[in-house]
Ligand binder design. Structure first.
Ligand code: NI
Ligand code: MN
Length: 225
């Protein structure tokens, strides 16, 4: 599996012919290495409705016909906006497409969509090709992160470290410890001034504690499992 970092919360996971786009915030994202017309996902998964995650989801889904998964309130809104293939799980639900599955798990945060629909934010556990990737979404530190790592062996955890809107890099070390992933990729930092932080210091803290390997990706960079 290839994991390509597209800036802030946005990642593309590719395994064979399956291309999963998570949180497609490209237009208006100062760290995005590509525009919304330069990607061709088969699936789009959304953690929550804030504009820096929702992003270009409507335009990309309509252009590509990609299968979308979003929590039920956002799924309903996307359907009303003309997006055709939308699955609408709620917290704890798993949607299995055969080549890829995704489960919604808790994230401690707030959220409304750009249209104002209130929704509960989620983390996403994604399985493809025998590997499991856990995108934490936007969240603070909370102890139930441990339960996610107890159900599935997490190969890669995508953890926000920027602080202000999410956990900071110090709480993210504890989050990494609770999850126990083989590899951690930090995200949701250095996009805007309030969330500037030192990803290399986070990497050193996690690796010196013997928790996980940390791969700091530049936007556009890819980690291959
Ligand atoms: Ni948010
Ligand atoms: Mn965010």
């Amino acid at each position: 599996m290839d994991i390509r970092f597209l800036g802030h919360p946005c990642f593309e996971l590719t395994e064979g012919d399956t291309r999963v786009l998570i949180d497609p915030f490209l237009t208006g994202n100062p760290k995005a290495p590509i525009g919304p017309d330069e990607i061709d996902p088969t699936h789009i998964f959304l953690t929550h409705g804030h504009a820096d995650h929702y992003g270009d989801i409507e335009a990309i889904a309509k252009r590509t016909g990609a299968q979308v998964v979003a929590i039920v309130e956002i799924a309903g809104e996307l359907g009303n906006a003309g997006v055709e293939n939308v699955s609408d799980p709620n917290m704890g639900g798993t949607v299995d497409f055969g080549d890829v599955w995704v489960r919604l798990v808790p994230a401690w945060h707030t959220s409304t969509t750009p249209r104002g629909t209130a929704n509960v934010p989620a983390g996403l556990v994604v399985g493809m090709g025998g590997k499991v990737v856990y995108h934490l979404g936007d969240t603070c530190l909370f102890s139930d992160l441990k339960l996610v790592g107890e159900r599935d062996t997490i190969d890669v955890a995508l953890i926000p470290i920027g602080g202000h809107y999410t956990m900071d890099r110090h709480d993210a070390v504890k989050a990494a410890d609770l999850i126990g992933a083989t590899t951690v990729i930090p995200c949701h930092y250095n996009t805007f001034p309030p969330i500037e932080t030192d990803a290399e210091a986070f990497k050193a803290d996690v690796q010196q504690a013997g928790i996980s390997e940390v791969a700091v990706l530049e936007p556009g960079g890819t980690q291959t499992l």
